[in-house]
Write a protein that binds this ligand. Sequence first.
Ligand code: SAH
Length: 202
Amino acid sequence: MKKKHLAMLLSQLKGFPEPRPELEQYRTPGNVAAELLWLAHSLGDVEGKIIADLGAGTGVLSVGVCLLGAERVYAVEIDGKALETARENAASLNIDCIDFINADVSEFSEKTDTVIMNPPFGSQVKHADRPFLSKAFEVSDIIYSIHLAKPEVRRFIESFTRDHGFSITHRVTLPFEIPAQFHFHRKRLERIPVDIYRFQRC
Ligand code: SAH
């Protein structure tokens, strides 16, 4: 499979049935998901691995790693309705390597080889990304995550990572398109720069 093909497949999956602003339910756009997944795959962090997708939402990243040969994926999501859509998305592609876990990320405790995630950016609820990072650092030695490409966010990520004994091995910046779906959105399509990170335990 090519990166472009993966991006196309993922962008055709069903989105959030009733997006909830307080949970920052934006599906990961196909191009951003494919970029993260391709990087992870090329570095040997996907094939045959046990993976956790924290804040799995509609399952874009979970489905993606299964297509790239993951052994098992824990899709952890607090919103049961979103998880239902994730189940449908996986079934539509005959994917059966995902364990769907309807829980808060802080309750998850399985050890994994790799964590992939697109956590809330913390724009609605301040610091909403922290429980995700803390949990990822607890259950895995390798983490891929998406955050806003802003100087203050970068500074926070750099120090939080260091404090948890991890280093940033990769950072790729690209545009993330958010279609207007909440009342506070003024433009039809918002394009915001995000950083895809790879963290590794030192
Ligand atoms: N990766 C998904 C969703 C990204 S949006 C996709 O591409 O579709 C962030 C997701 O985190 C949302 O689905 C939201 O419901 C979930 N979430 C927010 N806080 C959470 C928490 N404390 N525990 C588990 N999931 C949470």
